[in-house]
Design a protein around this ligand. Structure first.
Ligand code: BJW
Ligand code: ZN
Length: 222
């Protein structure tokens, strides 16, 4: 199994949340304040503005060599699972199928009332999108701090972590739970755990191997 984080998209031009000693900030707010359940309850328009801004950045960006390498691995290995914390859809754009999205997808909206999911590329630009089924205001289909993960997603990933032989952890600072617990589950169950990251993380000491470098270069070499 492969677990990816924001760092795998860095070479496509997607800003990471953390790393290099910096934390993403928007309009003076740290991202973990705006990407939170509390902000969603208090100021849904501000949350939409933040995600609309992010979609605008992503619109022009393309998958990089690391995304393409992983899309090839799915055909090279019989029993492969790609688990991502990313919401940018770049794995799918590179050809990866059946990606386990732990934190949702920025191109989708969700209705909190009737749970219907909507493709934002098909919704007309309006101030606040509303549900075509029940009319209630939609929210971005992403997992904010303090919210639970989509039903089944973590369970699927954890089951694979329990049974895999090899676990790659690529481009994540490994501080956000429960995602960051997956490599530990894999390691405890006997998998060989390999981290690919230009910086060390809290996970590095638990890994069997740490490959220091950028995902695009390292995954292509592998
Ligand atoms: C490169 C590179 C290159 C650069 N190549 N690499 C247990 C302990 C403590 C706290 C908790 C816990 N369990 C739950 C919590 C609370 C919280 C949490 O984990 N907090 C910690 C931060 C303290 N977790 C949650 O709230 C989660 N929900 C939950 O657990 O529900 C149950 C519950 C409910 C209520 C109360 C308690 C429990 C939900 C977490 C949702 C995370 N959502 C976000 C935002 C999504 C929307 C958005 O995009 O705005 O997801 S946060 C943000 O961080 C985003 C990411 O997916 C996630 C992880 O970040 P990631 O991918 O690791 O990126 P970075 O930027 O941190 O790191 C980039 C890395 O790349 C760096 O290491 C670079 O070096 C590297 N890099 N260039 C390779 N070229
Ligand atoms: Zn609805």
């Amino acid at each position: 199994m492969v677990l990816t984080g924001a760092g795998i998209s860095a070479e496509s031009g997607v800003p990471t949340f953390r790393g290099g000693g910096n934390t993403a900030v928007w309009k003076g707010m740290p991202f973990d304040m705006i990407s939170s359940a509390r902000m969603l309850e208090g100021d849904l328009p501000a949350v939409w503005e933040w995600f609309n801004y992010r979609r605008g950045l992503l619109e022009k960006l393309k998958p990089n060599a690391a995304h393409f390498a992983l899309a090839q691995w799915q055909d090279r290995f019989q029993d492969f699972m790609l688990v991502t914390q990313n919401i940018d859809n770049l794995h799918q754009a590179a050809g990866s199928r059946d990606v386990v999205e732990l934190h949702g997808n920025i191109w989708r909206a969700r209705c909190p009332t009737c749970a219907t999911r909507h493709d934002l590329r098909e919704l007309h630009d309006g101030s606040l999108p509303s549900c075509s089924d029940c009319g209630d205001p939609l929210r971005p289909d992403v997992v904010l701090f303090g919210e639970t993960l989509p039903p089944g997603a973590f369970e699927r990933a954890a089951e694979k972590a329990q049974s895999c032989d090899l676990c790659f952890v690529v481009g994540t600072s490994a501080v956000v739970y429960p995602a960051a617990g997956l490599p530990e589950i894999a390691g405890n169950a006997g998998a060989y755990v390999v981290e690919v990251n230009p910086e060390r993380t809290p996970l590095s000491d638990l890994c069997d191997e740490v490959i220091t470098g950028n995902a695009g270069e390292i995954l292509t070499l592998l």
